[in-house]
Design a protein around this ligand. Structure first.
Ligand SMILES: Nc1ncnc2c1ncn2[C@@H]1O[C@H](COP(=O)(O)OP(=O)(O)OP(=O)(O)O)[C@@H](O)[C@H]1O
Length: 507
């Protein structure tokens, strides 16, 4: 049997009443790609944060290459050969790749000599691992896929033998994800150990050698990937049978609810973010907007939800021209009153107030709703009661109305936002990345709920970087590239490849 790179033995971690890691024990083989999967809140990130020295375990021990080690900080983890690529990159945008890589790893030598040595070392790493990163490129000007490669380079430069990647493909196109996997396979070939946290079972099956499955803080399975299928993994994760196939009947589109034409948005630096965007959306249909992040989809949602003013163009919602709408309140509030709900892409910044309790978040944007007021005052009991219903219907875990929402895992936060927005009974729902970072059980639930809304006659505009999601839910698909619409396809005719090409700007 191959040696173990990492062994976790009886690791426990509590955050107050939440037992995030319960007596976790398992090993990771040297030179393997090891997947860690589990529902939201299962404890994956906590465990990896312990391994990377962010948190200290309450009890238990860690062996690296057979030696028991205490990892007191991230610097300590790096010194012991563990590197981590986070979901949110930790790079300095105005610096070059080379400067980013040297930053913090100068080790007392002069910057000049360390830069020259780093350049040589970088060229070797680039060659050995097929990373193809230009050392002189400005990081802020690189695409997401390249920035991720810079993070990998940074970890390798610091001597990582074990590389932890936390949901690395969440922001990548299918082509970029394939490229990342090529790199991970090269790392494996060269004897590196890779730990991959992901919610995507297809990736787990494609690339990992073994998988650890976590549920509610515990390890509930440790399997050899070649011996299992997608359904086995899904069932293990969720603890019940999961229906991976969506039950979707053909749409019955009704009247036009949203009509957008000639929409342009130019930012304060004169950069065109939206270019002559136009489309229609009908009641009872889901239109998906596919695209690599940063190609105008976010700005489109911002304009349609009233958070940002377009430079020119027309947005007509149910006969009301929104671009010239006169209101005394903020536009976003006025749009809500007209019947537009919004599930924002960045849920923690725009969808929630992290320091407020769940019940307070359950009514954001709906403060004028008479059923939760007593004259000028709020009816606190009614608000908590409404929140309790949301928690029950959407299976929010833990089921605590007064817990700070920021302490919930991403998937559970998303359920609270969806419950709130659906409760407003809108005619149009603008939905950004509905299942980003959300586990498979919750995705199943959210997808069914969105289809149900469609079948009830709502119009849904769905922005997602997940092509599988766009393909599964949409009736029509619009692709955006560089701020413009690069194509439109009926969902039945679209494939990941045809969309991927349009996303890259190929017509
Ligand atoms: N700093 C913290 N303070 C309090 N509770 C926390 C903290 N970090 C995590 N938790 C709680 O610990 C549990 C495990 O969270 P963790 O982030 O490890 O799960 P996860 O499996 O990584 O979930 P996800 O897939 O959503 O990223 C959750 O209930 C979470 O709310």
């Amino acid at each position: 049997m191959a040696e173990l790179a990492i062994e976790l033995i009886g690791v426990n971690k509590r955050f107050g009443e939440v037992h995030a890691n319960k007596n976790i024990s398992f090993g990771i083989r040297k030179g393997a790609i090891h997947g860690i999967i589990g529902e939201n809140g299962a404890g994956k990130s906590t465990l990896m944060s312990i391994l990377y020295g962010y948190y200290q375990a309450d009890s238990g021990s860690i062996r690296i290459n057979g030696q028991e080690q205490r990892i007191r900080s991230s610097q300590d983890a790096i010194a012991k050969g563990i590197g981590m690529v986070h979901q949110h990159f930790m790079l300095v945008d105005p610096f070059t790749v080379l400067e980013n890589i040297v930053l913090g790893a100068e080790e007392g030598v002069s910057l000049e000599s360390s830069l020259a040595a780093a350049r040589r070392h970088l060229a070797e790493l680039n060659r050995d691992y097929g990373l193809q990163v230009d050392p002189d490129a400005i990081v802020g000007e690189l695409g997401v896929g390249s920035q991720q490669r810079v993070e990998i380079l940074k970890a390798l430069y610091r001597g990582a033998d074990v590389l932890i990647l936390d949901e690395p493909t969440a922001v990548l196109t299918p082509q970029e994800a394939d490229d990342l996997f090529r790199i991970l396979r090269l790392l494996k070939q060269q004897g590196k150990t890779v730990i991959l946290i992901t919610h995507k079972l297809r990736e787990v099956l494609d690339i990992t050698d073994a998988v650890t499955v976590m549920r509610a803080g515990e390890v509930v399975g440790q399997v050899v990937t070649a011996e299992v299928g997608k359904e086995d993994l899904a069932d293990l994760m969720v603890g019940r049978k999961v229906n991976l196939q969506l039950n979707k009947t053909p749409a019955k589109p009704g009247k036009v609810v949203l009509s957008v034409s000639g929409l342009n948005l130019v930012d304060e630096r004169g950069v065109a973010l939206l270019k002559d965007v136009g489309f229609e959306l009908r009641a009872g249909e889901i239109v998906g907007i596919a695209g690599v992040s940063g190609n105008g989809q976010s700005e489109l949602l911002e304009v349609l939800s009233g958070m940002r003013e377009a430079t020119s163009g027309s947005v007509n919602f149910n006969g009301t021209e929104l671009s010239t709408l006169k209101t005394r309140e903020p536009k976003a509030a006025a749009y809500r009153k007209l019947g537009i709900a919004h599930v924002p892409e960045d849920r923690s910044r725009e969808g929630l107030v992290k320091d407020l309790a769940t019940f307070e978040n359950a009514i954001l944007g709906q403060h004028n709703d008479k059923s939760i007021r007593r004259g000028w005052l709020f009816n606190r009991q009614a608000i908590v009661e409404r929140c309790r219903r949301f928690i029950e219907e959407f299976d929010v875990r833990p089921a605590l109305t007064h817990r700070r929402i920021g302490l919930f895992s991403g998937g559970n936060q998303q359920k609270v936002i969806l419950a709130r927005e659906i409760h407003a009974n809108p005619q149009l729902m603008l939905i950004g990345q509905p299942t980003r970072g959300v586990d498979i059980g919750a995705i199943e639930f959210i997808h069914q709920r969105l289809l149900q809304l469609r079948d009830e006659g709502k119009a849904l505009l769905l922005v997602s970087v997940e092509l599988d999601e766009i393909l599964a839910l949409s009736d029509r698909i619009i692709v955006m590239n560089a701020g413009a619409i690069s194509g439109e396809l009926p969902a039945a005719e679209a494939t990941a490849t045809s969309l991927g090409l349009l996303m890259g700007g190929h017509k």
